[in-house]
Ligand binder design. Structure first.
Ligand code: ADE
Ligand code: ZN
Length: 340
């Protein structure tokens, strides 16, 4: 599909799931300024325009430096509620019906914010979104892989108190040089708690990290995974085992994982038969939310209508929803796709 308007109308109309979005990456500069002001903090940047102008990144680390700086404005339960609610209300306008939301406890604990404060704000907003917007969710707690493993183990022990509200664990932050196996014991413990396991792998790190995340950490889903194409045997395996890969096109361009959207591997991944989904990662920083990721990728890669519908169906297939809920959502996708 190459008609932008028709494409956007299709993408907006289809009910969608988002499986790879970091709560802290949805913090828009406007909200950050408002929160800084009410917390009597000096603003992390002089103006909204100045913040946006500074959002040019050389690589993952240069982005993370800004991301953690901005995160510092978040102090109270209300701050976390407002941030979560802002993302979810926006998600509802994009017809996102289900969200699996990452958050980074260590980015807050390390600043002295207690687990009970941020989790309370996040959970209340998730409940309100289900009640008032009909958007369902799962919460996935990420460990920062560039921080000590002992910290991750402590966070997991605390999170166990909220076991019924935190569906799974993930692994994020700087990837290269921090192989998944460092977190084997923590992921084993999460498995023993009955939690789902996912991991960022093959974004900046090598394809070997993807296999390691599956084999050593028991990852059920790989976040990004775009570098799998460098290893054909790995691709065969991911296809055979139907391991979902949550791909984030605009993020990959902004963080220079790929040179441009036209070069993005999404289409090649679909052609290879991989179970890929489209996601926004850190939408406040990368120039678009979920709809924009679909539209810009589809235009640049000349995706067909059927490919777009497949990607949207995959978003439910790869989720942690029940089989019944997945089937109901996929039926709704097909009904919406059949409209003229
Ligand atoms: N944390 C937030 N966004 C991330 C990304 N794209 N990769 C790794 N860690 C992240
Ligand atoms: Zn991510």
């Amino acid at each position: 599909m190459q008609d932008r308007e028709a494409l956007e109308s299709l993408v907006r109309r289809l009910p969608k799931a988002e499986l790879h979005v970091h709560l802290e990456g949805t913090l828009e500069p406007e909200l950050a300024l408002r929160i800084a002001e009410r917390n009597a903090l000096s603003a992390p940047f002089p103006s909204v325009d100045a913040a946006r102008a500074a959002y040019h990144f050389e690589n993952l680390q240069s982005f993370l430096d800004v991301y953690y700086t901005m995160t510092d404005v978040l102090r109270t339960e209300q701050d976390f509620y407002d941030l979560t609610w802002a993302y979810l209300t926006n998600a509802a306008t994009q017809n996102i019906r289900h969200v699996e939301l990452f958050f980074d406890p260590q980015a807050h604990l390390s600043r002295g914010i207690p687990f009970g404060i941020f989790i309370a704000g996040i959970l209340l907003a998730l409940e309100d979104a289900e009640t008032h917007l009909g958007v369902t969710s799962r919460l996935i707690m990420c460990f920062l892989r560039d921080q000590p493993v002992e910290d991750a183990a402590r966070v997991l022990a605390t999170a166990h108190l909220y076991r019924d509200r935190i569906a799974g664990v993930g692994l994020d932050s700087a990837e290269a040089g921090y192989p998944p196996q460092l977190f084997k014991d923590v992921f084993d413990q999460a498995a023993a708690y009955g939690m789902h396991r996912v991991a960022h792998a093959g974004e900046e790190g090598p394809p070997a990290y993807i296999a390691e995340a599956i084999d050593v950490l028991g990852a059920e889903r790989i976040d990004h995974g775009v570098r799998c194409l460098e290893d054909p045997a790995l691709v065969d395996r991911l296809v055979r085992e139907r391991v979902p890969l949550t791909v984030c096109p605009l993020s990959n361009v902004r963080l220079r994982v790929v040179p441009s959207l036209a070069d993005h591997p999404l289409k090649r991944m679909l052609d290879a038969g991989l179970l890929v989904t489209v996601n926004s990662d850190d939408p406040a920083y990368f120039g678009g939310y979920l709809v924009e990721n679909y539209v810009e990728a589809a235009l640049a890669l000349r995706l067909t209508r059927d490919e777009i519908v497949t990607l949207v169906e995959n978003s439910f297939t790869a989720s942690f929803l029940s089989d019944e809920a997945k089937a109901a959502h996929i039926e709704a996708v097909r009904a919406a796709a059949a409209l003229p």
